[in-house]
Design a protein around this ligand. Structure first.
Ligand code: ZN
Length: 322
């Protein structure tokens, strides 16, 4: 009998691992701090320890791991991981296979969150589905024709890096005018600082520099501060225009928006939904629902569990004819 399937969510601060108990359910979570400055060997040692703890020392039947960076799921090569020191062209799949003794499926963390939403959340039952996550950065996952779309290099789904405003601020990758520069938490904080330094009047000017984050902007927007509201209006509008373009390109059945910024509710969704029709064609828009994601911070783990099942589980039983 083959061993248990294991899902792992590797974050910049925390490693979470659990054994699959069903297609999208898992046993108790094992949590280990990520030795983020220790380099790939140290991080993958810690991942292997978390996997062993989750299985009680048994060799797993397969492990799926979500990693925060662009990578190639076909080869297990992680091109880079901005939150993990020294991760450049790391053969994470092979290195982890040596450590745990089973097959490894490496996948981008946002792609797995999207796969989770498609399997068990806002995109359930669809064939064409877009997941966009807006938090410190912007990422996503594309399900096209019932398959998680990887593209030639394996990196497809980087929805944060398309032009929102050619004259807009740079993103974390140095692209001028990226969606991420306007509509991510990092981008909104950066814009808030520039506006405050430029003398803008806002209750945010009373917030200590190290307390100025997306949550503070949300709180001040809810309290009626015009600048904080403008930042959310701009972020929501940029996301809505980008989603409108994606609807034109892919004609999905559902677009789900997750990540920490989506918790702001109407502050983000009202300008977002108002902007979509400015870009989307009427017919594909009429066949598409734009909704909040459903799985919250659980999406990464659920996605890893579901992906382990997809990669290493028993083949799905043939559906009985209608
Ligand atoms: Zn960019």
């Amino acid at each position: 009998m083959s061993g248990a399937l294991v899902g792992v969510d590797l974050g910049g601060t925390l490693i979470r691992a659990a054994v699959a108990t069903g297609a999208t359910t898992h046993g108790p979570l094992v949590r280990h701090p990520t030795p983020a400055t220790g380099g790939p060997e140290a991080v993958l040692d810690a991942v292997a320890a978390a996997v062993r703890e989750a299985t009680g020392g048994e060799t797993p039947g397969g492990v799926a791991i979500g990693i925060p960076g662009p990578l190639d799921p076909a080869t297990g090569m992680v091109y880079t991981a901005p939150n993990l020191a020294g991760w450049h062209d790391v053969a994470a799949g092979g290195m982890l296979r040596e450590r745990v003794g089973s097959d490894i499926a490496v996948q981008n963390d946002a792609r797995l969150a999207g796969f989770a939403e498609w399997t068990a959340g806002a995109g359930r039952g669809t064939r064409h589905f877009i997941f966009m996550t807006a938090s410190t950065g912007i990422g996503g996952g594309l399900v096209i024709g019932g398959e998680l779309h990887a593209g030639t290099a394996g990196t497809a789904g980087e929805l944060g890096h398309m032009i929102a405003d050619p004259n807009g601020p740079g993103c974390t990758q140095g692209h001028r005018g990226c969606l991420e520069g306007i509509a991510s938490g990092t981008g909104m904080v950066h814009r808030a600082r520039l506006l405050l330094e430029g003398g803008a009047t806002s209750s945010l000017s009373a917030v200590p520099a190290d307390g100025l984050d997306a949550r503070a902007i949300e709180d001040h927007a809810n309290a009626g501060d015009a600048l904080a509201r403008q930042l959310f209006d701009d972020a929501g509008r940029a996301l809505g225009l980008a989603i409108g373009g994606l609807i034109n390109e892919l004609s999905p059945e559902v677009v789900a928006i997750g990540g920490g910024l989506s918790q702001a509710g109407d502050l983000l969704f009202a300008p977002l939904l108002a902007a979509v029709p400015d870009m989307a064609f009427a017919v594909p828009l009429s066949r598409c629902r734009i909704v909040p994601a459903q799985l919250g911070t659980d999406a990464g783990m659920v996605g890893a569990i579901a992906w382990a099942g997809r990669c290493f589980g028993p083949p799905p039983t043939a559906a009985s004819p209608p």
